[in-house]
Design a protein around this ligand. Structure first.
Ligand code: KIV
Length: 268
């Protein structure tokens, strides 16, 4: 068991300001929440990736708010000190800020400390609406899995100057709207580093290079439990570790030491 104080928004901001890396992993149940929290993972993301890794679906699109509510409650009950973020699933926030608030409330009532929603500038008014009503929000830019069809598949985002400019504007707009954290997925390492240096809020990368304030991976990917060809930005931490707990500890140590990801191996 770790003896740290509960991780708060203030602590995450402090870590970003001090250059101390933030280690985040996805988590979907109480048993893993206990293991990850004890191993020193700073933040647990109840990701809608559960649609793919737990339910075997081809994308995250079919995950419902009821499923997210259920898994958020499971994680919150197993967790002691980590910062818990719950994904708002596809269809739960796009319609209006009021609908988003109703669904965010269900997640917060289950023990989420923050909700995450995907998308650029169009989400800024929704972010503002939630933040004004006491719901901390994590934004998500770059490759946004709920838009997989609109984006034409799993592709790196922000490779060209125009794409990078749009991403920069969106990140600034979302931070100005009150987002307290930003996930950047599948973004060139140089762009992610620039954004991290430019923003006052922590930036958590997945396939976005080592220059971010912290890293997140899908738990089942980093334990080598996801079938098929491993994604370029993933490392199997169970490989060579004697237990899941040691694999997670290794991930935390490598993230905090700035040794994961290795941009030459895992970056774009
Ligand atoms: O749902 C999820 O697991 C995510 C991560 C990929 C960041 O959003």
């Amino acid at each position: 068991m770790n003896n740290r104080k509960p991780v708060t928004l203030h602590r995450l901001r402090e870590m970003h300001a001090a250059g101390e890396k933030i280690a985040m992993l996805t988590c979907y149940d109480a048993a893993f929440a206990r293991v990850l929290d004890d191993a020193g993972v700073d933040s647990l993301l109840v990701g809608d990736s559960l649609g793919m890794v737990l339910q075997g679906r081809p994308s995250t699109l079919a995950v419902s708010i009821d499923e997210m509510v259920y898994h958020t409650g499971c994680v919150a009950r197993g967790n002691r000190t980590a910062w818990v973020i719950a994904d708002m699933p596809f269809g739960s926030y796009q319609e209006s800020a009021e609908v988003a608030m109703r669904h965010a409330a269900l997640l917060m009532q289950q023990g989420a400390h923050m909700v995450k929603l995907e998308g650029g500038g169009w989400t800024a008014p929704i972010v503002r609406f939630l933040v004004d009503r006491g719901v901390p929000v994590c934004a998500h830019l770059g490759f946004t899995p709920q838009s997989v069809h609109a984006l034409g598949g799993y592709r790196v985002q922000g490779r060209d100057e125009a794409g990078a400019r749009v991403m920069r504007c969106c990140a600034e707009e979302l931070a100005a709207a009150g987002a307290e954290l930003l996930v950047l997925e599948m973004v060139p390492a140089a762009l992610a580093r620039d954004l991290t240096n430019a923003l006052s809020i922590p930036v958590i990368g997945i396939g976005a290079g080592v220059g971010c304030s912290g890293q997140v991976l899908v738990l089942h990917d980093m334990l080598g439990l996801t079938g098929g060809e491993p994604l370029r930005f993933v490392r199997n931490f169970l490989d060579g570790s004697a237990s899941i707990e040691l694999a997670v500890r290794k991930y935390v140590t490598e993230v905090k030491g700035g040794r994961f990801p290795d941009d030459a191996l895992h970056g774009f």
